[in-house]
Design a protein around this ligand. Structure first.
Ligand SMILES: [Fe+2]
Length: 239
């Protein structure tokens, strides 16, 4: 399995707190069947994790995992918080995409509302052949109340990434229900863990895929897994 969203790099955000915890997370991931993790530290007003810093940290952690013989491949990424001047950061080479061809961008939105500049920015990105991946749409209040806006973002060409623990029920029944609704209506394109540690906010990817298989069938599981592969390879998705 490929995990497209994980805070396994330590001491850079609210994810793993030490090298020991990163290694514990890696071992847990492998045990649950994860082979590749896209490392996505927060890059926002609170945590500054530009491209060059993340590349170094991923290389270091990969070396530590190799030393401990943990069979897990780490890839460089960021969870980029959307903001008005994001295109400048992209042009200044501070931003890491999910793939080396700079196609898929893992994007976090504000929780409560989506300010008007966002739509303009998404249009600009899509015109520049960037595919924004909206993370955890099931947790955004604006996407729940302004469903048309969320649909508009998807129709423009954005993709959406569901968080596995939401589907398992870790964020409560309302978010679980919303997660199911999004899958049912084909409004999410991939599932990822957004794991932050070993105790709380763990992977739950295997558990989520078990639920998806039971409720929506193996075809849906295969679809999500194929999209994850396409995203890290920078492949074009067939519609
Ligand atoms: Fe995250």
């Amino acid at each position: 399995m490929i995990d497209l969203h994980c805070h396994i790099l330590h001491s850079v955000d609210d994810g793993a707190k030490s090298l020991k915890e990163s290694i514990k997370m890696a071992k847990k991931a492998v045990k649950s069947g994860i082979t590749h993790i896209l490392c996505t530290p927060h890059h926002n007003h609170r945590f500054d994790n530009p491209k060059d810093k993340v590349i170094k940290l991923v290389k270091n952690l990969q070396q530590e995992l190799d030393k401990c013989k943990v069979p897990l491949r780490l890839l460089e990424g960021q969870e980029v918080k959307i903001h008005r001047f994001l295109m400048n950061e992209i042009e200044n080479n501070k931003i890491l995409f999910a793939d080396v061809t700079n196609k898929y961008l893992i994007l976090e939105f504000p929780t409560t509302e989506a300010p008007a500049y966002i739509e303009t920015l998404l249009i600009e990105m899509i015109e520049k052949k960037i595919i924004p991946v909206i993370v955890h749409p099931e947790r955004y209040i604006w996407a729940y109340h302004n469903h048309d806006l969320f649909l508009r973002f998807l129709n423009m060409g954005c993709l959406a990434q569901l968080t596995a623990p939401s589907l398992v029920g870790n964020y409560g029944s309302k978010i679980k229900k919303q997660a199911c609704k999004l899958i049912q209506n084909n409004l999410v394109h991939m599932v990822a863990s957004d794991a932050h540690g070993v105790k709380t906010r763990n992977f739950y990817l295997k558990e989520a895929f078990n639920i998806i298989e039971k409720k929506y069938g193996q075809e849906k599981v295969d679809y999500f897994k194929n999209v994850a592969r396409a995203v890290i390879n920078g492949d074009v998705l067939s519609s």
